[in-house]
Design a protein. Structure first.
Length: 606
């Protein structure tokens, strides 16, 4: 049976996972009467809720005697740690672009990595049945993108298919609006080369993904580059610098059949497989026969640019809602995450009660926090901060991002003004049709923390912002932070409507009557720049005097409820987000008002 290994690259919401569903159905991977969920590849709960791909996954289809391994890659640059390794397993890529939106920044990120590895792309213009399609302009954009990414002449001579993943057809003719995905299967088989594999050599495989299974332990996935591996064969793992990490046996070998891993007795060069049996080998290690002593070259990984402090929850409500609250449990979970997710780096603090977690961006760390929260953890999370570096001359540098914003023409002035305040430099501005403008900025990551919510308010929810790590550049100086102060609870108890009524006049409330509060917890935003301590638990004094008029019913505006990402973006340097399985609360890092005053005086003196 012939083999093909391909990856699918696409921006968020361009229809990649839906297209893979149709490939399954039309190749006969699913029985006709088999009930399969929509977007079967997005199996993780968070992926289904957010409609994005977070974890790279392998799958396969059989088509007319050809076994096609398909890797679904994440579209967000925050999960780029996955992308770089995956592309080293495949021999071709399908670049999927929306017929209206065209090539977006995250597409550029993954495509750049693929072209640099010499992979030849197949371009699929998806959603051709959209009423606002602009197929020819999108193809021109893709060609310009490839040229800007230094594609070779061979890579620029790419086949094009016009498809609708939802309706299950693809064609070489842009005017067709029916059919099947047969032209796509044919293009994959004819355009993507067979894996360059040495079946007679010694067994070697580079680990690109790591999973855990409750029964099998560590499962290492990768491409077999040479030789054959059989069940119970003696193997060892080599680190990228050539040291032997461990020796063991291949207790189980699994190949991909549709969405499932199927045990096989042996695997040959060129196939993507998973191996169980080793306990410490990790991503970027080489698994090979004991006679092999030279490791395979592993793809270097872009460094983390953002960090947050994860600490034990020390609020008065600690331990009431979560089951995993100790520093030991948090430590084990974070180090386990860092083991399988190479884009995350965990450092333990000296007091061993908190951990510095560095990653690619707010989304990646937000997904980790949300996952831990659902597993029963309670955490205190600090404001994100960027990781600075020094250049050769000893000057401080900071990470910059390329920000591409699509916005209605009427809001473009506001966006340019806000980005300028955040030290963003406009590099391009052009009309994108339909009364919209596309503006490109180069901005320090520091200035973008917390901007997304404000951006959505400024553009009435119609703007689209895409961010992509660009470079480390010169430090741009101080950036203005949050302009408003906060309302802080001065005691413990339950919020009372009678007390919250007058507080509404001072700003925006985050809590509703009956909610449990504690001293130092932030209950709202002050309209003025200063922090204000208030009593949200004050109840009406009862007397035996009758009032002449009936008491007016207190009507409160519904409180502003923040999501995890909004809360993390909102807090200042002296604040924290308390995350539990049931609640997200914002609080001061120091709950005692006297301690806060002392810290503030120290800061002013410094």
């Amino acid at each position: 049976m012939s083999l093909r290994n391909i990856a699918i690259i696409a921006h968020v919401d361009h229809g990649k996972t839906t297209l893979v569903d149709q490939l399954f159905r039309q190749s006969g991977t699913f029985r006709d009467n088999q009930r399969v969920e929509e977007r079967a590849m997005d199996s993780n709960d968070l992926e289904k809720e957010r409609g994005i791909t977070i974890l790279a996954k392998c799958t396969s289809v059989e088509w007319k005697g050809t076994h096609i391994n398909i890797v679904d890659t994440p579209g967000h640059a925050d999960f780029g740690g996955e992308v770089e390794r995956i592309l080293s397993m495949v021999d071709g890529v399908i670049l999927l672009v929306d017929s209206s939106e065209g090539a977006m920044p995250q597409t550029k990120f993954v495509t750049g990595k693929a072209l640099a590895l010499g992979l030849r792309p197949i371009v699929v213009v998806n959603k051709v049945d959209r009423p606002d399609e602009r197929i020819q302009e999108v193809l021109d954009e893709v060609f310009d993108l490839f040229v800007s990414l230094d594609a070779t002449d061979e890579q620029l001579d790419f086949p094009v298919l016009y498809a609708s993943g939802r309706n299950g057809y693809a064609s070489t003719d842009p005017s067709l609006r029916e059919g099947t995905l047969t032209p796509m299967f044919e293009t994959i088989v004819s355009h993507v080369p067979e894996p360059k594999a040495d079946e007679d050599g010694e067994f070697k495989m580079l680990v690109t993904l790591l999973d855990r299974d409750n029964f099998l332990g560590r499962i290492l996935t990768g491409l077999v580059l040479s030789g054959t591996v059989k069940v119970n064969q003696q193997i060892h793992a080599l680190s990228p610098d050539g040291k032997v990490v461990e020796t063991g046996r291949a207790s189980k070998i699994m190949s991909f059949r549709g969405l499932e891993r199927v045990p096989v007795d042996e695997a040959k060069a060129g196939d993507i497989i998973s191996i169980a049996g080793l306990t410490t080998a990790t991503v970027a290690d080489t698994i090979a026969e004991p006679s092999v002593l030279v490791p395979l070259k592993a793809q270097p990984i872009d460094p983390p640019t953002l960090s947050m402090r994860f600490s034990v929850n020390d609020s008065p409500m600690a331990g009431r809602e979560g089951t995993k609250v100790t520093s030991r449990m948090i430590r084990d979970r974070l180090f386990r995450e860092a083991e399988s997710n190479v884009a995350i780096r965990v450092t333990e603090s000296e007091d061993r009660d908190s951990f510095e977690v560095a990653g690619r961006g707010e989304l990646q760390l937000g997904v980790l926090i949300e996952t831990m929260r659902r597993e029963g953890f309670e955490l205190g999370i600090s404001r994100p901060r960027v990781l600075y570096r020094e250049d050769d001359n000893g000057n401080r540098t900071e990470p910059y991002e390329q920000v591409v914003i699509d916005v209605d023409d009427e809001h473009s002035g506001t966006v340019v003004e806000k980005m300028a305040i955040r030290k963003g430099e406009m590099t391009d501005m052009r009309p994108s049709g339909g009364g919209k403008t596309r503006i490109t900025f180069s901005a320090p990551s520091r200035g973008l923390i917390g901007y997304h919510g404000e951006f959505l308010s400024d553009t009435r929810g119609t703007g689209i912002m895409n961010r992509l790590f660009e470079k480390y550049g010169p430090y741009r100086g101080p950036i203005e932070g949050r302009k408003c102060g906060v309302l802080i609870s001065n005691g413990n108890g339950e919020a009372v409507a009678y007390a919250l009524g007058p507080l509404e006049e001072r700003g925006i409330l985050f809590v509703s009557p009956g909610e449990a509060l504690y001293e130092g917890m932030i209950i709202g935003e002050n309209a003025k720049p200063d922090d204000l301590e208030v009593n949200p638990m004050k109840s009406k004094q009862l007397t035996n005097f009758r009032s002449t008029g009936k008491d007016d019913a207190i009507r409160l505006t519904p409180p502003k409820v923040m999501t995890l990402e909004q809360a993390i973006a909102y807090i200042d340097d002296d604040e924290m987000v308390e995350v539990t399985p049931k609640n997200i609360r914002i609080r001061k890092a120091l709950l005692d008002p006297h301690e806060r005053k002392k810290a503030s005086r120290k800061k002013e003196a410094a």
